[in-house]
Design a protein around this ligand. Structure first.
Ligand SMILES: Nc1ncnc2c1ncn2[C@@H]1O[C@H](COP(=O)(O)OP(=O)(O)OP(=O)(O)O)[C@@H](O)[C@H]1O
Length: 259
């Protein structure tokens, strides 16, 4: 069975159709990059995966069942802007993720249990290359380090699915390359299924296993809200035909259309 199934999935806000006729199957362990013009509904799709926006019509199934309408530990998320807590150290930020989960069952976590969480959080920080920054506060970390911390904070909860909304959009190119390597390592090591929005086509084509292009099939200048975007290209990245990146680029970012 697929991990994720979309069948005639549709999302509207009032009269505005944002996404429509979304059909796809995603297996456990895939890494799907999502590209598309600004405003075409990429974040809306991630919000449906997260369970904070319900589908308007059609099916969005996880393990054959509708996605729960609330965020869950099985789905971790990292946003473009750093989503860590400023008043906690790096170590405390990572510990907090697991403390939340355990405290739900046990109340405040102390003693041996807390030391075990501390050990796991330190090991997680080491995996993202922040072992020397455990005692630092987020404002003392660079942008790349803060995103490493956000990844550690998500991964400590052992999600099956990682949802990334432009996670490297605010970083310099050199740092992005390091983050690409890190994300590829974490994907493999933790057997994750990843959905990542990016505006950088080269990033979309070079990371992960599959690329989705969101675009409208119908455009009506008189009624721009009447049609939503669908998955117009679904590309297996180990089997991409020559020139496809250029064609996708021209489709999403034609001259005169804003990126
Ligand atoms: N909660 C909401 N209520 C009403 N309209 C919304 C809501 N969230 C998103 N929209 C609309 O849905 C459309 C898609 O927005 P979304 O943020 O998903 O696009 P996007 O592809 O992620 O854009 P970008 O690349 O610029 O981040 C936009 O027209 C937006 O105004």
């Amino acid at each position: 069975m697929s991990l994720l199934s979309m069948r005639q999935l549709e999302k509207r806000y009032g009269q505005q159709v944002v996404l429509e006729r979304m059909n796809a199957e995603v297996a456990e362990g895939e890494f799907v990059s999502i590209v598309g013009a600004s405003g075409c509904g990429k974040t809306t799709f991630l919000n449906m995966m997260l369970g904070i926006e319900p589908p308007s019509r059609g099916k969005l199934l996880l393990d054959g069942k509708p996605i729960p309408q609330e965020p869950g530990e099985d789905r971790g998320v990292v946003f473009q802007r750093y989503s860590v807590f400023p008043h906690l150290t790096a170590l405390e930020n990572v510990m907090l993720g697991e403390e939340f989960v355990q405290a739900r069952w046990l109340g405040r976590v102390w003693g041996r249990r807390r030391r075990a969480i501390n050990d796991r959080a330190r090991a997680m920080l080491a995996q993202v290359g922040l072992e020397h920054a455990a005692a630092k506060y987020p404002h003392q970390l660079s942008g790349g380090m803060q995103q490493r911390l956000a990844l550690a904070q998500s991964l400590i909860k052992k999600p099956r699915i990682l949802l990334l909304d432009e996670p490297f959009g605010a970083l310099d190119p050199g740092i992005r390359r390091d983050m690409h390597q890190l994300l590829t390592d974490l994907w493999r090591r933790h057997h994750l299924t990843i959905f990542m929005i990016t505006h950088d086509l080269t990033e979309g084509f070079s990371l992960g296993s599959r690329l989705w292009v969101f675009d409208k099939i119908h455009h009506d200048a008189q009624a721009p809200d009447a049609w939503g975007a669908s998955i117009t290209y679904d590309i297996q990245l180990d089997r991409q035909p020559a020139g496809v990146e250029q064609r996708v680029s021209e489709m999403i970012y034609p001259p005169g259309r804003e990126a």
